[in-house]
Structures are given as structure tokens and as C-alpha cells.
Ligand binder design. Structure first.
Ligand code: GLC
Length: 718
């Protein structure tokens, strides 16, 4: 049938009217492309131009490995976001290579019809930690111990600068988990166990990342994670179930998000975990009713890695549940074709209303406009030299210094003199950048070795005290064991997420044996613990004269020698209660029954010795291998003139022992009183000691005060 000209005109007109309005209005006065227009107007204008497929694209986040070999799919599926997961590195992993990657991927996004730029996310959780040569900061557990929010804000700023150099404009940080059980493999990613501490530090780091305005030259988008209750799961099981009444859950875990929203956080990541059996990724109540409606969160919610797959029996249901619950962007990170298909079905069948899609896309576009992504498309290569720069590393070094917690110190031990001091150094964590950085460093799980430029603890010691005689043996084997100090650096090997979940927080037998071996040389022993959480120390208390919790300090090992040699006093205070045994977990400040080895907030913050004439303090006690000698070690030399067998009461398995006790000062260690007994103890006896005579004195006259039931560690079988 021959159509009249008028009929053809009408057909074209109808066709045009059926398309989103202003589809062809690419004139220079296009509102969404005009940075002078208010963000709200730009979002409204752009949204009105978008097709469903283009909207679905904005809700799609893929790992770069999903598209690195078929970048045209970025255009085809109108992709809105790309990420690099913990192991998703590129080539030589250097900054310029990352900048080239970002620019290349962005150039594809800008080929789409509406030229909507991608937002690129990465886990820069303690510096720009995937990138070779980046400054690696202490993990958050150490930052929490600094009690210095201005410092964590500065960490955020430095990290943002090192990210901006690569073009990447979004970090999946800070982790604002309130960590209630140190069995959890992600304990170190959180600032601590206290809701208030986490709230303060999370907000401060968000301000550091996002700057005064998101459009700032080096501002990057922060991401408060993992909403909600990720640190409160039963037994600290990663991705587990947080069980409690709603009031307690709100009181413990919500305040850090309220603070984060107040600090302007632009994105929130949902948690894999559940609350009272409901998966967070499927909880409309917590994601929409509480976070968006009640708390007024205006940014967007991103899912965790493949997390929606855990929701149901098939992917389409997963998408249905998660999007309708309030997830705005899905970290697929590979299944973008399936997502595209599922979304089209769910929208066409009305299961996902267009209003939900528009809400999600508006939130994402708002952030993109606020970040200035439509104006600054590519990496700022002028910042490349700032990555791992001396000034940045000095900031990280200060973080290391201030994160260290001095847990134990006998009078006269520390700081180590810088002149003519012979120091034996041992332990597999003394000269290993990878170990001191921990997980989320270059690779997802982290690993040992010199995997990125940094200063090991040992190198820091050599640099700090060139006039000392420092000798290193990883296994503690020295031709000459006579020295002024022994320093032993031990601890946990790197891990991340669930692979770090632990049912046993004891030190390894090899670490304990090494410390005992070093103590047998007769020198004062300084133990430096590299770990992602408090660990059980009772077995080594007696063989150490000082103990420093150094957490996971990152690349700047010199921050430790700064304190070791007294250039800076120790400053850190525990952000976690320190357990005595596994049976105590969970143990948190405020518990009705609370007997940690060291309490939340504890830390020795001076190198001053105890005041002359002050009461001596018992620091440790053991039953020796023969079962017949008990050693009680104090913080300072004791006097032997006043010792009397009646002074001490020993208890075995809950019952007082009647036999004669003969006390005397240990030869060549006058800080130790030995109690010799005839019958002795067996290896599984529970032993404790009490004192209440009021006669025993320290060498400086200080009177020993009463103490009851001090636990004695039983070494009979070791
Ligand atoms: C991981 C983590 C999350 C991280 C994301 C992307 O599984 O749970 O913290 O941001 O995937 O790497």
C-alpha cells in the first residue's frame, strides 16, 4: 500500500513521541551535560532521555576481568560501573598501567549514546593497596588504637590522592563493622569493638576520602560497609548470622551508619551476613525502610561480590529480591548478560516497578554528577609521582607509631639505646613487608615476601640505630647469644575475609618456642606481635620483658623503630578487649562479666619507670618444667630480705596446698621470686598464687600489695 507523504510524516512523529523525550536533543544546551546546572536538574534531564536498557546498565557493576577482553560490551550493555576485586590487578600493577586501564575502559563508556561515564571501584582499605608501590597504611584495627581521628582523615586524603592518580574514583571503604568477636577473619578491617569509636573513625575517614566536596580535585567516593551487623555474627563467622533483638542491633551497629550519612557518605555496601536469619541483601526493611527512609541515606547501595546469588534458588529471583529490597547497583561481577536479561523480564512482568529502577538510577547518577565524572573523564596523571611518595609514607609512618600498643614493660626495658647496644633479632615477621601488611595487599589474601616497596621492621631498626650491633636470625640461632636486648617479631600470616576465621587464637607453638629460646639467652626480650587481632599471650608473658601489639602496620616499618628506640613514646590504646582464652569470646567492654588480660582502652603510654618506692606489680608467673619451682616476675627488682614462706599461698585445682614454700630471689634476675615446693605440680594442674602478708618489698622499698588468685601458667609438660 503506497503511503501518502502525510501518513509517513505522522508515522515518524508517532515514533519520535514513543521514545523518551528529548532523545535527539543533543544540542549544546543539553541540561545534563551542563555543569552549571543543578545536579537535580541534570539527573532529571538525563533520566528522561534514558531507555530501560541504559538504566539497567547503570545498575550493572562488573569486575574489569569480565570485560577486559571484550570492552565493546561496556558500550553494548551501557555499563555504569567497573571494579577491581582483591585479585583483579593489571599487568605490572604499576600506577601508569592502572591509569591506562581506567582511561581505556572509560573511553568505551563514553562511546555510549548518552556518554555516561563509568564509576570505578576498588578496595583501597589501607592505602591504594592493590597498586604496586602505593603507600600501605596500618589496617583499621591499628588506626582505631591511635584514637586520632585527624590522622585517619589524613590517611583517607592520602589514599584518595594515590587513587586519583590511577583514575579510580571509588573505594569500598571504610569498613565500619563493630567487631564483637575476634574469631572473625575481618576483625582487622574494622576500627574496633566500640560503637562510638567506629562511628568517629568511620566518619573521619569518609571525610578524608570525599574531601570538602565530592567534586574536589582528588576526592573519591567512599563506601560505608558492610551494612548491617557484619561484625556481630554468631561466633564471628564471616557472612554469618547476627542474632539479637532489634533494639540491641540498632544500638550496636546502626550509629556508625548514622555518622557516615552525616559525614556525607555517597555509597553503602550491603553485608553478606544476615540479621536474625534474614539475608541483608534481601531485607527491604533494613535497606530501604531504615537506611533510606528512616535514616535519610541519599546515596546508593551496592551489593557485595556475587552476594545476591546467595538469596534464592535462581538468579532471576535473586535479582527480584535484592533490587526490590533496595539494592541500587549489583556487584555481579561477571553475570552482566544474565542480569540484563533478568531485569528486562522482571520489569516487563511488573515484578520490579519502573519507579524502583528510576530511584536506583537517580541515586547513581546523582553521585556521578557530584563526583564531576561528566567533566573529568580520565586519570589525573599529574598525581602519579605522589603514589608511594616520601611525604605520603611519612603520614603512614606516623600512623604506625601511633597505632602501636605497649602491653607490657618491665622497668628499665625500652627504649633501646641507640649507642653500642647489641641486639639479637629473631622471628619470621621481622624482615617481611608482606607479613607486616597483611591481607588486602597487592592480592586479596595478601602474602609474605617483599611484594611491594616498603621498610621492614628490621630495616627500620638498622636505619634508626646505625651505631648499634644488630644481628638477625629468623630462627633465633646466634653464635654469640650474649646481648643487651633480644627482639622477637612474630604473629599471624596474611589472610582476608572468611579464610581468616579462627577457632583458635593461640600463638603458634613455633612462635612460643622461639620466644622461650630467646629468653633462655638471658637478655631482656621485647616481643612485637604482628596480627589482625588480639591473640592469646599468657604462654609468653613470662618470657617477655616487653610486649608491643603492632597489628598490621603496612609498608612503613620505621614507625615501629621510632618507638622501639624512643624517638617517640608509645601512644596506642586498645580498640579491642584482649582475651585470656578462647572461652572468653565474645568479650567486649561493657560486658557484665569482664576479665580480659588487657581491657579495652589499655596501653602503656610512657617509657618512665615505676616511681621509686611504689608498690611492685606482679607481671607473670609460671610453674617450671620440673613442677617444683614457681617463678613470679615483677615489674622491678625485689628485695630478698623480707621473703617468708608464709607470705604466699598456692592453690592447686581450687584447693590450697599445705606444703612448705621456700621463697628466694632468682639468680641473675632480681625481678623474679622463686617459690620452691617439695611435692610440686602435674602438667594439667590449675595453679594460682595469692599474697596478703604485707611484708614483701621491692629493692626500692615499695611494699607488695595484696593480690588474690593470680593465675600461674603451667609449663610442667613443655
Ligand atoms: C569482597 C568483600 C567486600 C569487597 C568486595 C569487592 O567479597 O566482602 O568487602 O569490597 O568483595 O572486592
Amino acid at each position: 500500500m503506497k503511503k501518502t507523504f502525510a501518513a509517513i510524516q505522522i508515522t515518524i512523529l508517532l515514533a519520535m513521541l514513543s521514545l523518551p523525550s528529548k532523545l535527539f536533543a543533543q544540542s549544546t544546551n543539553t541540561v545534563y551535560l551542563d555543569p552549571k546546572q543543578p545536579v537535580e536538574a541534570r539527573v532529571k534531564d538525563l533520566l528522561s532521555r534514558m531507555t530501560l536498557d541504559e538504566k539497567i546498565g547503570q545498575m550493572t557493576q562488573v569486575d574489569k576481568d569480565a570485560v577486559i577482553n571484550n570492552k565493546s560490551d561496556i558500550v553494548k550493555y551501557f555499563m555504569g560501573s567497573i571494579l577491581s576485586g582483591g585479585d583483579s590487578d593489571i599487568g605490572d600493577n604499576k600506577t601508569v598501567t592502572w591509569a591506562n586501564l581506567y582511561d581505556s575502559l572509560q573511553s568505551y563508556a563514553l562511546q555510549t549514546r548518552l556518554k555516561i561515564p563509568i564509576i570505578y571501584g576498588i578496595d583501597a582499605v589501607h592505602g591504594n593497596n592493590n597498586i604496586y608501590g602505593a603507600t600501605i597504611f596500618p589496617h583499621n584495627i591499628g588506626m582505631g588504637c591511635t584514637r586520632d581521628t585527624s590522622l585517619v582523615k589524613e590517611e583517607g586524603r592520602v589514599t584518595s590522592e594515590e587513587l586519583a592518580a590511577t583514575g579510580i574514583n571509588w573505594t569500598f571503604a571504610p569498613c565500619i563493622a563493630v567487631v564483637r568477636n575476634e574469631r572473625w577473619g575481618r576483625t582487622y578491617e574494622g576500627f574496633g569493638e566500640s560503637t562510638d569509636l567506629v562511628s568517629e573513625f568511620g566518619a573521619a575517614e569518609i571525610e578524608g576520602f570525599q574531601g570538602d566536596t565530592l567534586s574536589g580535585h582528588m576526592s573519591i567516593l567512599a563506601c560505608a560497609k558492610h551494612y548491617l551487623g557484619d561484625g556481630g555474627t554468631f561466633n564471628g563467622i564471616d557472612q554469618g548470622n547476627t542474632v539479637d533483638d532489634e533494639a540491641t542491633i540498632r544500638k550496636l551497629f546502626l550509629p556508625p551508619y548514622i555518622s557516615a550519612i552525616k559525614a556525607g557518605v555517597g555509597s553503602v555496601m550491603a553485608s553478606y551476613s544476615s540479621i536474625n536469619g534474614q539475608k541483608m541483601h534481601g531485607s527491604k526493611y533494613w535497606l530501604t525502610d531504615v537506611l533510606k527512609d528512616e535514616l535519610g541515606f541519599k546515596g546508593f547501595i551496592v551489593s557485595d561480590w556475587s552476594a545476591i546469588d546467595q538469596l534464592g534458588s535462581n538468579f532471576e529471583d535473586d535479582v527480584d529480591k535484592s533490587i526490590n529490597a533496595g539494592i541500587d547497583m549489583v556487584m555481579l561481577p561477571m553475570k552482566y548478560k544474565e542480569f540484563y536479561k533478568a531485569m528486562n523480564v522482571l520489569v516487563s512482568t511488573g515484578k520490579i516497578p519502573m519507579s524502583r529502577i528510576d530511584d536506583a538510577v537517580s541515586r547513581i547518577l546523582t553521585i556521578k554528577f557530584e563526583l564531576g565524572l561528566f567533566e573529568k573523564h580520565f586519570a589525573d596523571r599529574s598525581l602519579i609521582d605522589s603514589v608511594g611518595s616520601f611525604s605520603h609514607r611519612q603520614v603512614a609512618r606516623q600512623c604506625v607509631r601511633e597505632s602501636l600498643v605497649l602491653l607490657k614493660r618491665k622497668d628499665g626495658v625500652l627504649p633501646i639505646p641507640k649507642e653500642n647496644t647489641r641486639i639479637l633479632v629473631a622471628g619470621d615477621h621481622a624482615d617481611n613487608v608482606g607479613y607486616q601488611c597483611g591481607g588486602w595487599t597487592i592480592t586479596w589474601q595478601g602474602k609474605g615476601g617483599n611484594l611491594t616497596p616498603g621498610t621492614t621492621i628490621l630495616q627500620g631498626m638498622f636505619a634508626a640505630a646505625p651505631n648499634d650491633k644488630i644481628v638477625y636470625s629468623e630462627n633465633g640461632d646466634f653464635s654469640n647469644t650474649k646481648a643487651d636486648y633480644s627482639v622477637v617479631v612474630i604473629g599471624e600470616k596474611p589472610y582476608a575475609e572468611g579464610r581468616g576465621d579462627a577457632s583458635d587464637l593461640n600463638l603458634s607453638k613455633s612462635d612460643i618456642d622461639l620466644i622461650k629460646k630467646m629468653k633462655s639467652y638471658g637478655n631482656p626480650v621485647v616481643v612485637i606481635l604482628i596480627s589482625g587481632r588480639p591473640m592469646i599471650l599468657e604462654p609468653i608473658l613470662h618470657f617477655s620483658d616487653a610486649i608491643i601489639a603492632a597489628w598490621l602496620p603496612g609498608t612503613e616499618g620505621e614507625g615501629i623503630s621510632d618507638v622501639l628506640f624512643g624517638d617517640y613514646a608509645p601512644k596506642g590504646r586498645l580498640s579491642h578487649s584482649w582475651l585470656k582464652s578462647m572461652s572468653q569470646l565474645p568479650i567486649n567492654v561493657g560486658d557484665s562479666v569482664y576479665h580480659p588480660l588487657f581491657p579495652y582502652g589499655y596501653g602503656i603510654t610512657t617509657f618512665n619507670n615505676s616511681t621509686k618506692g611504689s608498690a611492685p606489680v606482679i607481671l607473670s608467673a609460671i610453674v617450671k618444667k620440673d613442677g617444683k619451682h614457681i617463678e613470679l616476675t615483677f615489674n622491678k627488682p625485689m628485695s630478698d630480705i623480707s621473703l617468708n614462706g608464709e607470705d604466699f599461698k598456692l592453690n592447686k585445682n581450687g584447693l590450697p596446698i599445705k606444703e612448705m614454700i621456700e621463697p628466694y630471689i632468682k639468680k641473675d634476675d632480681n625481678t623474679t621470686i622463686i617459690l620452691s615446693v617439695s611435692k610440686g605440680f602435674a602438667d594439667n594442674d590449675t595453679v594460682s598464687v595469692s599474697y596478703n602478708s604485707g611484708k614483701v618489698k621491692a629493692a626500692d622499698g615499695g611494699l607488695l600489695e595484696h593480690f588474690e588468685g593470680f593465675k600461674i601458667y603451667n609449663w610442667v609438660s613443655n
